[in-house]
Design a protein around this ligand. Structure first.
Ligand SMILES: Cc1cc2nc3c(=O)[nH]c(=O)nc-3n(C[C@H](O)[C@H](O)[C@H](O)COP(=O)(O)OP(=O)(O)OC[C@H]3O[C@@H](n4cnc5c(N)ncnc54)[C@H](O)[C@@H]3O)c2cc1C
Length: 282
């Protein structure tokens, strides 16, 4: 499998990448880690004539900004897995990163590429929704910040406008009594999520003060299950209450059906995986 012919340019800065992207229009594609784009090009699902490499455009790195952690868009999954700031402040992210693909995928693939690609089975979309992330983008009309809640629109579709680049992702630090977990039922060869559930809960003793629950792999786009959150908020979380609530996980959602899992099985899995993630948090 070979991609169709394409040209290649490496951008040294974000503004150069934006200029090139707009110069070449819809024939151009950004290249970060290439671990979603290149397979799609080899299958001829994507035929860009110009690839703009942003891997050296100054978009890597993880910084502690006090109340939040800022992650450059081209930070790899492997860097997120091993970075001390992430391990200390957002251990759930380090653990989620360790579950992505294999070492080659983790060493090349980036968080920004994963969010922009918005594969329904990708892990980061669910994780950033549960953690309440903000996604920073830059484009021909300047910079803007998009709440993760507003970012994932539908399958492979995000709130990014033509010519925009994700530059960084801000993740608020965990509140004092909060804890987070990400659990997935994975396709054993690729490790893509058949169902993934990320939970971020603030507890007051056994009582749930606040909770964010997000799914990936279940529907065309990752989503927060606000109905499930409402069932658990203000409640005492024990085996019984969590089990009862999770039976209605992903209720009312359009559930995907494919050769890995039917919609009925996926819906069942959503409840089971959510229950496991909540218990991990507790
Ligand atoms: C064998 C295999 C197994 C995998 N397993 C998993 C898994 O278990 N879990 C998982 O979540 N993922 C998995 N992946 C996907 C992997 O994580 C990809 O690396 C990731 O989804 C895309 O990141 P990338 O940097 O490689 O993006 P690229 O492939 O370079 O780009 C993907 C898309 O995003 C656009 N893009 C890239 N960066 C930006 C940016 N900063 N701003 C705007 N647009 C941008 C590109 O133009 C392209 O359209 C797997 C991939 C492979 C090949």
């Amino acid at each position: 499998m070979f991609p169709s012919t394409f040209d290649y340019k490496r951008a040294e800065t974000v503004s150069e990448a934006i200029r090139l992207l707009n110069e070449h229009g819809e024939d151009a594609k950004l290249l970060a880690g290439g671990h979603s784009l290149l397979p799609a090009m080899k299958l001829r699902m994507n035929r860009p004539t110009m690839l703009i490499d942003i891997s050296k455009a100054g978009l890597t790195g993880i910084s502690d900004l006090g109340d939040k952690i800022q992650i450059g868009a081209c930070t790899t999954h492997a860097e997120l897995e091993t970075d001390k700031i992430i391990q200390h402040n957002l251990p759930m992210m380090a653990k989620a990163a360790s579950k992505i693909g294999d070492p080659q995928v983790r060493n090349r693939g980036t968080i920004g590429g994963s969010l922009a690609h918005a594969d329904p089975a990708a892990d980061w979309p669910g994780v950033v929704l549960a953690l309440g992330a903000t996604i920073h983008v830059a484009g021909p009309d300047g910079e803007r910040a998009i709440a993760a809640d507003d970012f994932f629109i539908s399958i492979f579709t995000t709130a990014l406008k033509e010519g925009e680049i994700i530059t960084a992702i801000d993740i608020p630090k965990m509140k004092q009594k909060a804890s987070a977990a990400y659990v997935k039922f994975e396709q054993p060869a690729s490790r893509y999520a058949i169902v993934g559930c990320a939970v971020n809960a603030e507890m007051n003793g056994p009582m749930c003060a606040d909770i964010r629950i997000a799914f990936n792999g279940v529907s065309g786009a990752a989503f927060r299950d606000t109905a499930l959150e409402e069932k658990l908020k203000g409640q005492k979380l024990d085996e019984e209450s969590v089990n009862a609530a999770c039976k209605e996980a992903a209720e009312g959602r359009h559930i995907m059906s494919d050769h890995f899992a039917s919609d009925t099985y996926r819906k069942h899995l959503a409840g089971v995986i959510a229950e496991r993630a909540i218990h991990e948090v507790l």
